[in-house]
Design a protein around this ligand. Sequence first.
Ligand code: C5P
Length: 232
Amino acid sequence: PQELPARGLHIVITAGPTREPLDPVRYLSNHSSGKMGYALAASAARLGARVTLVSGPVTQTTPEGVERIDVETAREMHEACLRLIAGCDIFIGCAAVADYRVDGVAEHKIKKQEGEDGLTLKLIKNPDIIADVALKREPASHRPLVVGFAAETRDLEAYARDKLTRKQLDMIVANDVSAEGLGFGADDNAALLLWRDGEGESSESLPAQTKTRLADAILRRALSCLPDGPTH
Ligand code: C5P
């Protein structure tokens, strides 16, 4: 018989970049491909969960059996996620959310200014989606397990531990995005998992492997962190 350790669970996953408009034709964004988030969604569905993928603009195909909600901006992603947390068992924030958006999006296309060498954009902070999800998981009877990602180019473990605590996450998947052939846009990734258990924190180093295999390992670890264990 097929092993379905996530059967009966609702897993919400954010994936991809967000797009922050400057005017009707331009935006600020990043290089996130959405591969890791989509691999997680596919894996969660294979393990038997009901999966909702809140996705920024990417070219990935929606995995079979996954409900996909398309968003563009961080604020749209924030709104969709907060709507979904009631009834969610595991929330995984894999999206590369833009930290800032343009303050005052121009109604019309911004014209090149003759006689000026520069153009100043004013940016304002976007909401921190995962931190808000972790904060708002009340009542205690419905607390999703919150899993975040930390993409770093140095001091991986220290920054990841700081995020785990500061954003009140249950688990964090840290990856070194400066490693060649891994991370952003690549098919493979390696990660350091840090999670809270009982009193302290535990860690596990996952070597470079396909994002599909890595997604399975991350999900199985998250399932083991659920209060009722993997057969929740
Ligand atoms: O602080 P940093 O952006 O590196 O944290 C990364 C984690 O936080 C990821 O899980 C990412 O999806 C999440 N995040 C978020 N909303 C933001 C910024 C980051 O959910 N505005």
